[in-house]
Design a protein around this ligand. Structure first.
Ligand code: ZN
Length: 112
């Protein structure tokens, strides 16, 4: 293969179970890291966990968080993704179930 170059960015993911080693950000495939391109990356990784996927053997159901950073020590984050989003529903089911407002809290991100 050709020369290897140090990726400009690294991506760290969490599934709430394993300690994941940071991976190089594939800028050729995903472009500049943004919250949107990171969301595409996460969608591809989650697909790889499904039966028949390249990571199906890991037994992971899905990522809960991901962060892209400059690939240097203590690199600053440039993009973030979370499986949970802050609740913006004034009278959501959680509040109703507790009989009082619950703020702030979050919900699983809707699958689109
Ligand atoms: Zn809520």
């Amino acid at each position: 293969m050709g020369r290897t170059t140090t990726p400009k960015y690294s991506v760290t993911v969490s599934d709430g179970r394993y300690a994941w080693t940071p991976m190089g950000w594939d800028g050729r495939r995903y472009g500049t890291p943004t919250d949107a391109s990171l969301a595409r990356y996460v969608a591809d990784m989650n697909a790889s966990f499904a039966p028949g996927g390249s990571n199906a053997h890991l037994g992971v159901t899905g990522l809960v968080a991901a962060t892209v950073r400059h690939n240097v020590a203590n690199g600053a984050p440039v993009a973030r993704w979370s499986a949970f989003v802050p609740c913006t529903i004034p009278d959501c089911g959680l509040s109703a179930s507790l009989g009082r407002p619950v703020t702030p809290h979050s919900h699983p991100r809707a699958v689109s």
